[in-house]
Structure formats: structure tokens, C-alpha cells
Design a binder for this molecule. Sequence first.
Ligand SMILES: NC(=O)c1ccc[n+]([C@@H]2O[C@H](COP(=O)([O-])OP(=O)(O)OC[C@H]3O[C@@H](n4cnc5c(N)ncnc54)[C@H](O)[C@@H]3O)[C@@H](O)[C@H]2O)c1
Length: 259
Amino acid sequence: MSTTASTEGGAGALPTHAGRTAVVTGAGRGIGQELCRALAARGADVVGIDLGEVKETGNVVEELGRRWLGITADVTDLDAITVAATAVEEFGGADILVNNAAIDDAVHFDDLDLDLWRKVIQVDLEAPFLLCKAFVPHMRAQGWGRIVNIASGVVMNPMQRFVAYRAAKMGLIGFSRALATELGNEGITVNIVSPGVTKTVMAADSLGEAAFERSAQARAIQRVAVPADIAGAVLFATSEDCGFVTGQTFMANGGAYFV
Ligand SMILES: NC(=O)c1ccc[n+]([C@@H]2O[C@H](COP(=O)([O-])OP(=O)(O)OC[C@H]3O[C@@H](n4cnc5c(N)ncnc54)[C@H](O)[C@@H]3O)[C@@H](O)[C@H]2O)c1
């Protein structure tokens, strides 16, 4: 089975994001790293934020000829976000924000304690709120902005475990719709991209390697999804073309289910 993703982004890709600066959280690996690459390939300068190392992502962005700012920070830490926002403003200001960083709770309800519940809600729901607070003022001042919040197809499925994760991701969808409504007249669109099972470290740890092939068999496009498969929806939702589409959820899942 091929794992070739559909999203191109090498030499010759249309510069749909030229002149834009995109902030991506969870940029160190997985889907976030690929989003940084794809945005840079379309002409954007990129700010990558992650708890962990972001150097590898920065190298990829710079090899594509784009400017890069790497920030090691915890997205739940308000002080760190405030410092990051100042650095981003000096870098040129955020035109695009992709809230991608997340953690999950691969446990059943009985094993979910309050600490883990709070941690997941903080990273997956509260942090996107804090980042929007930090970066919307720049978008508002220029009358243009694109916000994409990464949810998860798990909220559509009766899959066991992931109790806090599902609550947070449903909350994130509600938050996105509310923010889309608040910012609709200011040139800022807010959308959700909801990946299906995609081959990353997070998914391998939580679901096991066998889940990738199993998921592939259960979708219309029967191949294992890789991060580049998610990038296409994010590229559209962050582009000029997405000026009249807001508050919507894009199911980047190869046709795992139809809504
Ligand atoms: N991989 C999948 O199958 C899948 C499916 C549905 C949704 N998603 C969503 O896609 C997004 C990316 O997932 P992934 O699979 O690439 O995950 P991943 O774990 O491979 O990468 C997530 C990145 O976020 C960073 N991060 C975590 N907590 C952070 C914090 N507090 N502050 C800053 N950075 C932090 C991690 O260091 C990591 O680099 C997540 O929102 C996830 O919920 C993934």
C-alpha cells in the first residue's frame, strides 16, 4: 500500500501564501512540522512553537528560502506566550495562526484523574484561546487574518478512551465557531481541520502501529494517512481564497465518514 500524500509543495508550488507570516504550534514534529514545511513551500515565513526541539523544522523552512523563527515554549504558559507574541511582532506579526499542539489521554474514564483531565483541557482547549488572544490584535489591526484550529475525527466516532481529549476537541470546535462569529466582519476567518488517523508519534503511541493500516482500510481513499495529507486543508483554510468560509470543519480523513 502506498503512503504517498497528495499535497505537493516543492519547487514550482504556487506562492499562495507569499508575504504572510504563519505561527504554528506543535511545530517540532508530526503534523505541525509538515504544516510549517507546506506553508513555507507556498511562500509564507513561519514561526514554529513547541515544547521540544524545533531546529529540524527550522532547517526545512530555511531550505525553502523562507524566514524562520523557532520558539521553545509551553503553549499553556501565559508568560511564555506573551514573550513569544512580542518576538513574533518584531518578526513581522502573525497573519496566520494554526493551533496544532495537543496531547491526549489514551485511558478509559475510570483511569482518568482530575490532573490529567485538566492538563489535556489546558493544552488542547485553553492554549488555543490564549494564542488567539495573543495574535488576533495584529490580524484585527490589519483587517486580515486566518486562524485554523486542529481538532480530531475522534469526536465523530464511538471510540473508547480519550475522554478529556474528545471533550477538549469538541470544545475547540465550539470555540472556533464562536470566534468565527466574533471576527466575521474584521477580515479574519476561523476554521477547523479535523484529521483522521494519521501516521505520527502521537497516534502510534496512543493507538498502536496496527491502527494505521486498519484505518486505511476503513476509508474511501485506502492508504495510510501521513501529515502531508492534512496540510492541503490547512493551506486552503489559511489562504486568500478562504475569505468567505468561516466556522467550518474540514474533515481531512480520506473519506472515513461523510458529514
Ligand atoms: N496523528 C493523528 O492521527 C491525529 C488525528 C486527529 C487529530 N490529530 C491532531 O493533530 C495535531 C498534531 O498531532 P500529531 O499527531 O502531529 O502529534 P505529535 O504528538 O506527533 O506532535 C505534537 C507536537 O505538539 C507539541 N506539544 C505538545 N504539548 C505542547 C505544549 N504544551 N506546548 C507546546 N508544544 C506542545 C509536542 O512537543 C509535539 O511536537 C494535534 O492537534 C492532534 O490532536 C492527530
